[in-house]
Write a protein that binds this ligand. Structure first.
Ligand SMILES: Nc1ncnc2c1ncn2[C@@H]1O[C@H](COP(=O)(O)OP(=O)(O)OP(=O)(O)O)[C@@H](O)[C@H]1O
Length: 289
């Protein structure tokens, strides 16, 4: 059997205090050399991973592994939509949403073992306007926190929780019209996958292969209810909360009262429009599992 090319695209700045070189050494030592011919490529700047993924796809490289956090995964995955090149993930970030959703282990040694016997599956891709996302995207409190979080030096779940608690006090609900109703919503999240990352299941009954987008709208809640809602977020029952409204469709539209701040796979972005269209392209991304 001829060897198959596999590229490891490494974001050297991903993760907190991660030893990227030690993981590269582990890949060289443990990746099945009879099966794969590996190439390790560090990114030079934001956006470089997307260029490399387009190049891999054009050159018909069968596999490209994103070695980084959800930002790097998103950069690579968006270039592979509709391509024959399959995405692998070596999780290095703090959320690792898509990796967790696909059952990819968090320990590098176990990831390499899994890559050695990997099969390829096709998953759906969602879009917020024309921006692809693979786990979740949304507006409201989560987008606001993603924006605050992106300006911090510290990463990790603890910092997310800190930002969330700090921002809750001053947060003003999002005025918007959605599904024919006017809302002042705490947050509205669209899920291709079930979780934000960190095993926080915001759309817990979503499936990444069903051709549908799940939506969880959270209505404003008093502070004393927050611990109960957070518990539901982590034990996959937020859809049963009395503050939640859940919807499933192949398309959603939303109109805000000003230019919208969104997050897509945890990356914040201020749009130039007050309108959102969420859509889906079924089974459009090949992933290694
Ligand atoms: N060489 C580079 N120099 C500067 N920025 C880079 C480089 N390579 C990638 N990036 C950018 O770094 C951003 C964050 O990367 P990534 O999500 O992989 O790590 P992370 O922030 O540690 O993970 P998480 O968001 O899960 O905490 C990405 O949006 C990407 O554009």
């Amino acid at each position: 059997m001829s060897k198959q090319e596999i590229w490891f695209v490494v974001n050297p700045f991903s993760g907190r205090k991660k030893n990227h070189q030690a993981i590269v050494d582990l890949i060289e030592a443990r990746l099945d050399k009879k099966k794969y011919q590996a190439r390790v490529i560090p990114t030079k700047a934001a956006g470089h991973a997307t260029e490399l993924a387009y190049e891999a796809s054009e050159k018909k490289v069968p596999y490209i592994v994103a070695m980084g956090g959800d930002g790097t995964v998103n950069e690579i995955a968006k270039a592979l939509i509709g391509s024959k090149t399959a995405l692998g993930i070596m999780p290095m970030g703090s959320g690792n949403g898509l990796a967790r959703e696909l059952g990819i282990p968090m320990k590098p040694k176990e990831v390499i073992e899994k890559l050695n016997t990997a099969s390829v599956q096709q998953i759906d891709t969602c879009y917020v306007n024309d921006i692809p996302f693979f786990c979740t995207a949304g507006v409201g409190f989560d987008a606001h926190c993603a924006d605050v979080f992106s300006k911090l030096k510290g990463r990790g779940l603890l910092n997310y929780v800190r930002v969330g608690l700090q921002e809750f006090w001053a947060y003003k609900p999002l005025k918007c019209s959605f599904g024919g109703n006017n809302y002042e919503a705490f947050s509205i999240t669209f899920g291709n996958a079930r979780q934000f990352g960190n095993n926080a299941f915001i759309t817990p009954i979503a499936s990444i292969t069903d051709g549908f987008i799940d939506c969880t709208l959270l209505n404003p809640m008093p502070l004393w209810e927050v611990p109960f809602v957070i518990t539901k977020l982590f034990n996959k029952t937020i859809h049963e909360s009395s503050y939640a409204e859940v919807y499933r469709s192949t398309q959603f539209k939303l109109k805000g009262s000003e230019k919208l701040l969104i997050h897509y796979d945890g990356e914040p972005l201020r749009l130039d429009t007050d309108e959102l269209k969420i859509s889906i392209r079924e089974k459009s991304l090949r992933v290694m599992i």
